[in-house]
Write a protein of this length. Sequence first.
Length: 90
Amino acid sequence: LSMSKRYRAVVIGQVPEGGTIDVAIDGKDARSRFALVRLTRSAKFGWLSEVDLWPETGRKHQLRIHMTSIGHPLVGDPLHQIPMMRSDDG
């Protein structure tokens, strides 16, 4: 019986139903899996996705880095936030 840690997070944007992210961190192999739990409209971000996350390796900030690498940073994460595009009215 193998145990794996599952985390729940809210990320910006519409995440696919699930997948695997293989992106090296600090030159070391790193792999995470994710699955969409719920999709919600957001006035600020357009869409928010609630996701379950399973790190298959244990790199520092792995889940944050991996979700940002596919364009879906964690809400409120100052370390890996993608700058928001602004449109000024005048």
